[in-house]
Unconditional design. Structure first.
Length: 170
């Protein structure tokens, strides 16, 4: 092990090995991110295609329900695309950002609100307890959307002020 031998060691050989290892690890990291990005793109295309085909196939069954399901599926495609955008951003800059995850959270909560609304509007009669549970779920998801929207606003404001301070110092 390095530093535990009585014999002198060659720091230049160690740093060359470390640089070589770092290059291979970086290449592996980039390769995995590219593969994941391609898979996310394939998943978005597949889900989008499935959504369109399912909607068209069942358009005459219960149009209102099919339309809500179609919009819900498209929101899932948007979530996948937001994650893909985050992966792409990492590949380009080597960094990630908080804002795509806030958007994903907002879209996910909106999907749930849509599903609850559709089930309540288009579904069968339910018990008072099930109705109360749906309303709690609806309120919680509405709160999540509001909290994430505020967080997104504050994050954007912080980024703008940081950018202005950075511009002023140059």
């Amino acid at each position: 092990m390095r530093g535990h031998s009585d014999e002198p060691h060659d720091d230049s050989r160690w740093s060359r090995s470390a640089r070589l290892a770092e290059r291979w690890l970086e290449l592996g990291d980039q390769t995995i991110y590219v593969i994941v990005a391609i898979l996310f793109l394939a998943a978005a295309v597949a889900m989008g295609g499935y959504s369109v085909l399912t909607f068209l196939r069942h358009i005459n069954d219960d149009f209102a329900f099919q339309l809500v399901t179609f919009v819900n599926d498209l929101l899932l495609v948007l979530i996948i695309m937001e994650v893909l955008g985050t992966v792409r951003s990492y590949l380009l800059t080597g960094t990630t950002s908080l804002s795509p995850f806030l958007y994903i959270g907002i879209i996910s909560a909106t999907r749930r609100i849509l599903a609850i609304g559709a089930a309540s509007t288009l579904g069968e009669a339910i018990s008072e307890e099930a109705f109360r549970d749906r309303m709690i779920d609806l309120g919680a998801n509405g709160g999540v959307v509001l909290a994430l929207a505020v967080a997104l606003y504050l994050f954007g404001r912080h980024q703008r002020s940081s950018q202005m301070q950075s511009d002023d110092s140059q």
